[in-house]
Design a protein around this ligand. Structure first.
Ligand code: F6R
Length: 609
């Protein structure tokens, strides 16, 4: 997804911005560009493809300047191209704009600009409309022109703007797309994401919706819609810059897979007191409030949705409250029954996924209480929720989610157990049993990660497959969906997941000689049923990789290969079972020569519909 970086100060804006953009590469992009002040004018350079293409383009050119804005674009309006890349300029080239998000009324605005100001557009983008609008309103006061333009714009966006005649400032606006200000010494920054600035600053302002920012070398002002200055507490970023680097792993994805024991430990142990009672920081739901809740929706997209499927299982089992899980893009348009007795749980790594945010707003407008499970602190989903429960996974850079998923699962268990205790629907002994199982997970996960080499060997024998099925029962169904998504998104293999009991209702027709089936059989109570399902597919020629608990060895007689997870209670297997599937997907994608951390067509943070 698009990234914004802007800089003003004593340093060289071009170098600082390009470095910042590189740190946002993980968001996914198709072109990059930069605009800097130079000798009373604005110089704009942009190029389709990687940031390195832009660097090659400007190599040898003197673009040294104390102020500039830069952008990585992920196409929405208009195909990826040099012309459509940002920054975009006003007709006279004296205003430059970078923009994340979408201007929904851009067609109307384009027409207005054509009819009233004879503007000819160079690109197909909605962003150029912003630059032209600001251009026609500009009469020496950039801030005023930006306010006037924003007044006419509808949609969800963050913009950064510079003007040739005001080299002492950058103006930025946030409406429903992330924007932060970085506070440095003799310099200030704007950016769409914290990692872009980590090398330079630790102190930031989190900009709220409908706020406008003016930064100069020595000041950073936040203004509201009435142009009044608002005060904001400084947010101190505690992440280590190294946490956003690969630390010796070939890919961020592998590094993040290995960070899961730590992520799980942090997410769990920070919420337990010395008696293992759960303290849910950020959640104020009381027993009286919970007693009124008669329906829970868990709503999310992609991997986060798969975490929701396991959340349903945990909440229904422990807290005995009915739960419906929905993909956000469906929930928001299907007029679901929601009222003040509904609890809406949004799950999102980035906290910026537009569909999840829109579904959240829909539920909120109907009176639901909003609880979110989010990784990115201060993100939009977090800010718009009544209660926020953070996953402590740390920054997730690889597009394919791994550690965010397993920490989301921990949050789901904690929320389910917390509710169960409030409602009195769990015995002390059973609570203790599940809690002990959860606490044992980081160590078991470390043990499991030692099997990486064995899983790599399996990948070597399977990476040429073109069609893979994942099957499972009970809580293994959600994990099958997640294993399948991991494989397809990074290796581009056509992969499909289905509840094993559903196979014979149609899908089994596709199983033939050599089809690869990955059979999850981690649930003791459903183990025999899964062995039968394995027999069914084997009888039709499938090659089966089984996944089972260490002690359940009967599977060896059925499956061609078996990956074992450490013994644990059925209740917590999803957290262990997904990890071998992540590793398998990783090595298969690596052997196929895929761009693992930045798979084609995908973005880390999907802030468009
Ligand atoms: C897949 C993946 C996506 C995200 C989805 C939601 O590996 O990462 O499916 O889970 O786009 O993103 P968040 O969690 O940021 O709302």
């Amino acid at each position: 997804m698009c990234g914004i970086v802007g800089y003003i100060g004593d340093g060289n804006a071009k170098d600082i911005i390009i470095d910042g953009l590189k740190r946002l590469e993980y968001r996914g992009y198709d072109s990059a560009g930069i605009a800097v002040h130079k000798d009373g004018n604005l110089v704009v350079r942009k190029h389709i493809g990687r940031i390195s293409n832009l660097e090659d383009m400007i190599q040898g050119e003197n673009l040294d300047s104390p102020v500039g804005i830069g952008h990585t674009r992920w196409a929405t309006h208009g195909a990826p191209s040099d012309i459509n890349a940002h920054p975009h300029s006003s007709r006279d080239g004296r205003i430059a704009v970078v923009h994340n998000g979408i201007i929904e009324n851009y067609v109307k605005l384009k027409q207005w600009l054509r009819e009233n100001h004879n503007i000819e557009f160079k690109s197909e983008t909605d962003t150029e409309v912003i630059a032209q609008l600001i251009g026609v309103f500009y009469d020496g006061d950039l801030l005023d022109a930006v306010y006037k333009a924003v007044d006419m714009m509808e949609g969800a966006y963050a913009i950064g703007v510079i003007a040739a005649d005001e080299p002492d400032k950058i103006v930025a606006v946030r409406r429903d797309a992330p924007l932060i200000v970085g506070l440095g010494n003799n310099c200030n920054f704007i950016a769409s994401d914290i990692p872009a600035l980590l090398k330079h600053v630790r102190k930031i302002y989190l900009i709220e919706n409908n706020e406008t920012v003016v930064i100069t070398k020595n000041s950073a002002k936040i203004l509201n819609e009435e142009r009044k200055e608002v005060k904001r507490d400084v947010f101190n970023v505690t992440w280590d810059a190294d946490a956003a680097e690969k630390e010796g792993y070939d890919h961020f994805m592998l590094k993040e897979i290995h960070e899961q024991p730590k992520g799980i430990y942090e997410t769990l142990m920070r919420r337990l007191d010395e008696n293992d009672s759960i303290k849910l920081d950020g959640i104020t739901l009381t027993k009286e409030e919970l007693d009124k809740i008669n329906k829970i929706y868990i709503v999310a997209c992609g991997t986060a949705y798969h975490a929701g499927l396991v959340g349903k299982y945990a909440i229904e089992k422990f807290a005995k409250i009915p739960v419906e899980v929905d993909v956000a893009s469906e929930f928001r348009y299907r007029d679901p029954f929601v009222d003040e007795n509904t609890l809406f749980i949004a799950v999102s790594q980035s906290g910026e996924t537009l569909d999840t945010l829109a579904a959240l707003r829909e539920a909120k407008s109907k009176g639901a209480r909003i609880l979110s499970v989010v990784n990115v602190v201060g993100s939009s989903v977090a800010r718009e929720s009544d209660d926020v429960f953070y996953t402590w996974a740390g920054p997730e850079i690889a597009v394919a989610s791994t550690k965010a998923y397993t920490t989301q699962l921990i949050c789901m268990y904690l929320i389910a157990l917390y509710m169960a205790v409030l409602k009195g629907s769990i015995t002390e002994d059973y609570y203790k049993f599940v809690m002990d199982e959860l606490k044992a997970l980081p160590e078991k996960l470390e043990e499991l990660l030692k099997k990486e080499k064995d899983i790599e060997e399996i990948a070597k024998s399977q990476y040429k497959r073109e069609c893979v099925f994942f099957i499972g029962r009970g809580s293994d169904v959600g994990v099958s969906y997640e294993g399948s998504l991991k494989l397809k998104e990074i290796s581009y293999i056509n992969s499909f997941a289905i509840a094993a009991g559903e196979l014979k209702h149609g899908t089994i027709a596709l199983i033939e000689q050599g089809t690869l089936v990955i059979a999850l059989a981690t649930q003791d109570k459903l183990y025999d049923k899964m062995l039968s399902n394995i027999q069914e597919v084997k009888a039709r020629g499938a090659y089966v990789i089984g996944l089972a608990k260490e002690s359940n060895k009967e599977i060896e007689a059925q499956a061609n290969d078996v990956i074992y997870i450490p013994d644990c209670a059925d209740e917590v297997t999803p957290i262990l079972a997904v990890v071998p599937l992540q590793i398998l997907a990783y090595y298969i994608a690596k052997l196929r020569g895929c761009d693992i951390d930045k798979p084609k067509n995908l973005a880390k943070s999907v802030t468009v519909e």
